[in-house]
Design a protein around this ligand. Structure first.
Ligand SMILES: Nc1ncnc2c1ncn2[C@@H]1O[C@H](COP(=O)(O)OP(=O)(O)OP(=O)(O)O)[C@@H](O)[C@H]1O
Length: 245
């Protein structure tokens, strides 16, 4: 993982209220891949996604996204990143379609407004396009959050537990969508999730985080070759701190 690295963290730490929650953390995400990010509750996944977005400033260390230093030159890359981090917030009184239209206007991507119906179809919301978002279920809001993260055609997509609240059909559809964005459109997709089986089906690379540090990074095909029971075995081995393969 070097020549085509698009997101790089080097020795990053983050201190909140005197407590170091990210410790000397390094991470390499290859361009055009689905990178599955997994770790226990409180390990630091959301914090790292926010650091990559430039929403938080590292206490020490370096972060670069597409070769650009974050957060220093964050404005240069904001339009190139789409994200769904924590619970998505919408204008509740207006429709799904109008929410996406406002987002595109804010991102200065008005020509993409014509793609809104197609995007709503892709995330399974075509029947609800004109309903006010306040009438949406949790899963529908999650689908709309994914649509909003993608519609401005970012080069990088950061998804924090994106399948939360989705039904089995939605999980399958979103898995196919994320893989097609990476493999057909060369988008780089980071997905944080607790669902190992889902990551095993979706990700090309896995990063395991524990105690604020990436403990291991590997291609899923190498994990499957070296660990007969797959990602679950790899994950628990990493949690025990066993020797790397
Ligand atoms: N703004 C903040 N102020 C203080 N502490 C914070 C803040 N944000 C996160 N933390 C702490 O940082 C640690 C990492 O939190 P983070 O949300 O990044 O973990 P996570 O891996 O995403 O967890 P989960 O899997 O439960 O969503 C936690 O101990 C959390 O309490």
């Amino acid at each position: 993982m070097s020549a085509n690295t698009i997101i790089k963290l080097e020795n990053v730490t983050k201190v909140f209220d005197g407590r170091e929650v990210i410790h000397n953390c390094s991470m390499n995400v290859p361009k055009g891949s689905v990178y599955g990010f997994v770790g226990p509750n409180g390990a630091g996944k959301t914090t790292i996604l926010k650091l990559i977005m430039g929403l938080l400033r590292p206490t020490t260390g370096r972060i670069s996204v597409m070769g650009i230093a974050v957060p220093l030159e964050r404005n240069q890359i904001l339009q190139k990143i789409g994200s769904l981090i924590e619970t998505p917030v919408f204008y509740e009184d207006i429709s799904a379609e109008e929410n996406l239209r406002l987002h595109l206007e804010y991102m200065k991507k008005q020509p993409l407004i014509e793609n809104i119906p197609e995007m709503l179809h892709k995330v399974g919301l075509d029947g609800a396009a004109n309903q006010p978002v306040k009438k949406f279920s949790l899963g529908m809001k999650q689908r709309l959050g994914i649509a909003r993260a993608i519609i401005h055609r970012p080069e990088i997509l950061l998804l924090d537990e994106p399948i939360n609240g989705l039904d089995p059909m939605g999980i399958k559809e979103m898995r196919e969508l994320f893989c097609s964005l990476a493999h057909e459109q060369n988008m780089t997709v980071i997905i944080s999730s607790h669902i190992l089986s889902e990551l095993e089906n979706t990700a090309d690379y896995i990063g395991i985080i524990a105690n604020g540090q990436i403990q291991r990074e590997a291609a899923i095909k190498d994990i499957q070759e070296n660990f007969p029971s797959g990602l679950e075995e790899y994950f628990f081995e990493a949690m025990r701190g066993d020797k790397t393969e």
